[in-house]
Design a binder for this molecule. Structure first.
Ligand SMILES: *Cc1c(COP(=O)(O)O)cnc(C)c1O
Length: 379
């Protein structure tokens, strides 16, 4: 982070995540050109994977995103009410009995996976005007979406509602398991069959979308005419064996905090709860004001590494709710020195993927769980 001057003191005085919106814009442009599709749905659910949904959406649109995807209607409504209306917003996960009137009235596109939901959309449309629908199909993930046995009926009913002017099926989509290329291709085959059945029923969806980040990058056949990309736009890799920079992506989030205290301790000093760490010599302990409430995984106790002035230090002992400790030896670390927890690998600092390895999870979970106490600072 060379241009710290652009960051306001107040926001960076305590724990903060720098969000590089230009990185999101560039990642979208890169992935869109790689996929060579006209339609790029940027996924900003879960508050933009922890980066801030509205800012991620705007940065993605600047990079060529033509639609924004979120999980639920509350997320979609937050975006449109924040003024994001230049491209459609699509939401695909609904609670039982959802009333779609507000969403339809606000022009939110609806991912619909059951006939009951389709009926509810038609009922909403009858009072507030026509809805744009993407039919969500189960092709092998074993999760949401209409089961193959219901496709013919769902398509026929959707066509009836179209003819009645209540809705338009603008898209058909499904989601891959990513288990293997073979498994994903089997889902693609099933999806292709579904699209043909939909056409036979008289539907003419402009968009067919199946690929999320992994398939967008590594399964060209699955790109179809639209992709639905989350992780990659934030500059993170979905693959264990290829890093973000291998993929030409730049991490958009850098998590940092100032050292809050330093303490010179004698050999044998126990550190943090349960004394899982003891100083093996006289040393300096530095306190980092980030804990599991801020998304630092407690499972990474003793394993996760941070960087101070280009040098790496592992967590000493247990991560607590608000803080953790590092043993910096005889390094001249002082209160206020910046601790970088993770960021872009090209800056030779730990990455979200490193933290995921330390905690036995995936980078998706690391960034998504960064808590509300961490101030997001745009740069
Ligand atoms: C979260 C999600 C995506 C984005 O997945 P990434 O792996 O982050 O690109 C795409 N489609 C659906 C249905 C999702 O739930």
């Amino acid at each position: 982070m060379s241009d710290n001057q652009t960051l306001t003191d107040a926001a960076t005085r305590f724990r903060h995540a720098i969000i590089d919106t230009a990185a999101i814009t560039e990642n979208v442009a890169h992935l869109k050109s790689l996929a060579s599709v006209g339609e790029f749905i940027a996924v900003v659910k879960a508050d933009g994977y922890g980066h801030g949904a509205a800012r991620a959406a705007r940065a993605a649109i600047a990079g060529g995103a033509t639609r924004i995807g979120v999980a639920d209607l509350d997320e979609a409504l937050d975006l449109v009410r924040a003024g994001l209306r230049e491209v459609p917003v699509l939401a695909w996960l609904h609670p039982p009995g959802e009333d779609f009137r507000t969403a339809v009235d606000e022009g939110i596109e609806l991912g619909i996976g059951t006939e009951a939901q389709l009926e509810a959309v038609a009922a909403a449309s009858a009072t507030v005007g026509p809805a744009n629908v993407h039919l969500k199909l189960e092709t092998g993930l074993g999760r949401g979406g209409a089961a193959p046995s219901t496709w013919t009926e769902l398509f026929a009913r959707a066509r009836q509602f179209e003819a009645a002017g209540l809705l338009e099926v603008v898209g058909i989509f499904s989601h891959l398991s990513g288990t293997s290329a073979e498994d994903d291709l089997a889902q693609l085959k099933e999806f292709t069959r579904a699209v043909r059945l939909a056409q036979d029923a008289g539907l003419q969806p402009q968009l067919t979308h199946l690929a999320a980040t992994a398939a967008t990058i590594s399964l060209p056949q699955a790109r179809l005419n639209a992709v639905r990309v989350g992780l990659g736009i934030y500059g993170l890799s979905p693959f264990a064996d290829r890093s973000a920079s291998d993929l030409g992506l730049r991490a958009a989030m850098t998590l940092r905090a100032p050292v809050a205290a330093v303490r010179r301790v004698p050999s044998g000093q126990g550190v943090s709860y349960d004394y899982k760490y003891r100083a093996s010599r006289e040393t300096t302990l530095a306190l980092v004001p980030l804990g599991y409430a801020d998304g630092i995984p407690r499972q990474a106790s003793g394993l996760g590494e941070v960087s101070i002035a280009g040098k790496r230090y592992p967590i000493a002992g247990r991560v607590a709710m608000d803080q953790f400790v590092i043993d910096v030896g005889d390094a001249p670390v002082a209160v206020g020195d910046l601790v970088t927890v993770f960021g872009d690998e090209r800056e030779s600092i730990p990455t979200a993927a490193d933290w995921a390895d330390a905690a036995g999870t995936i980078n998706y979970e690391i960034v998504t769980r960064i808590g509300h106490r961490v101030t997001r600072v745009e740069r």
